[in-house]
Write a protein that binds this ligand. Sequence first.
Ligand code: SF4
Length: 581
Amino acid sequence: MAEAFALLGDEAVALAALHAGISAAYGYPGTPSTEILERIIAECEKDGNGGADARDRPKAAWCVNEKTALEAALGTSFAGRRVLVTMKHVGLNVAADPFVNGALLEIKGGLVIAAADDPGMHSSQNEQDSRFYAAFAMIPCLEPRGQQEAYDMTREAFDVSERFHVPVMLRLVTRLSHARSTVIPAPPRGRNPLSKAGDRTRWMLLPVYARRNYACLVEKQKDMEAWSASHPANKTEGQGAAEYADGAHDLAVITSGLGGNYYDENLPDFAALRGGAPPRLHIGIYPLPAEKIRRFCEGKKRVLVIEEGQPFMEERLRGILPHKVTITGRLDGGMIPRTGELDPDNIRAALGLLPRAAALEKIPELPNLPARPPQLCQGCPHADSYETIKKVITELDGNPGHPSVAVNSDIGCYSLGASPPWSVPESIVCMGASVGMARGAAEAGIPYAVAVIGDSTFIHSGIPGLIDAVNAGTPMTVVIFDNSTVAMTGCQETAVPSAKLRELVLGLGVRPERLVELDAKRQLIDENAARLRAEIEYRGLSVVIFKRECLEAARRRKKAGRKIEEAPEERPCERAEKTLQ
Ligand code: SF4
């Protein structure tokens, strides 16, 4: 019997992708998807890597953002090789352009996009459901409900991509990505040979070809739905499932993803209450098999939909089932909460069951402990940088809410500066938004507009906004918190090392005399505040870089025995050129 491994859902996806014969994996870190690419990179860096020498190992790399990652993956597929792309759900917004357009291409090497959603927003700014994106792009989506299924479905997703010649989405959620269970892997397969796409018109979305390619995608939908309808992941299951056509029950249950697990957990009690289990259809593969659902629900008065995330199936069922069938779930205001994560208890309540005895047991009274919200590490450089900004704001405009100052912040550890004792950021929207928003606020008339953005977020998507501001000559200050790492997701390397940040900013057109670098140390707060204030008061565009390494990154670096990165004498492309000469 094959060896079993205890893997996180993310690690199961990583292992499956390697066993599916990928030639490359690209991504941008984001909770809860980060561990997928981390595991692949670690496997690829292992000495020997199962006997393969370095040239034979898959290429695995973090990219500047999710869009560039997906575009690199399209290139790999174009060359006939298999490739995985990883991102969190909001990263899919950044990658939306190549994602939607990639569906029109004739995918050659299997291309799988692992999108990890975060219902309940444990570490995200919204709880959007990636299944809507898969349906929008008209591509298949596989939704595992356990670690073994995450492994099996990832492998299958590459086959499906090559079968229908489209990218395929693997939809994960936090509780699956970050929970560990046993996985028994299958034998690894070899990598696809290099073989470039034959018909170049299938890879060019000029209108003349795009119209035909889009028609081709529409034509494939029938086959995809037939595949989905007959797939074992979309099956009736549980006691009573075989009776579903006999009219014995007026209720049918449709579950998907982890919603299926929470239903299973409560099924024995529900069956005891109702004198039997209602018929149930579990969906693990999309597109939704409309005809199968129609037949499954024949003769039913009520359908209960249990799905993790937004009401994706529930909305679509209203167009599939006759109006006389009552559909209940997240949308009818009561059965299942409209927002937030599912769990066994809220599904229990939706099934009309009393809370479990254990839940009713009296919990011993706890002392009145103060709440402990997430906070910056003790000694974090961002704390001193915020202290500096706060000092300047208070000097410029001592009013609470400071009407003459706008501080637009961004996504990263420094978002925590929105809480006391700093309470400095006034907006946090999405990756890179701080720079564009500060421009808009400045041009709307706010005298002192400041964008606060981390080095990695700046490289991810702050650069275009700064180019806009340079071109417009907007009077604003971009403050870059450069801590030499992607701290919030586990200290991955930034795409541009700190030592090159100055050069990069100057290359975007910022005037050298308006680019200030500050050492973000506590003892320099007064001195730094004076220099920052001068830039904020300057009636033009300036950039101030607060520099100090993240404590956690420094700890890891020292543990690994690495010195802090100096500016490389040569760029990687220059080194590569020399190697080729
Ligand atoms: S991980 Fe680094 S950047 Fe994040 S709060 Fe801790 S010290 Fe600050």
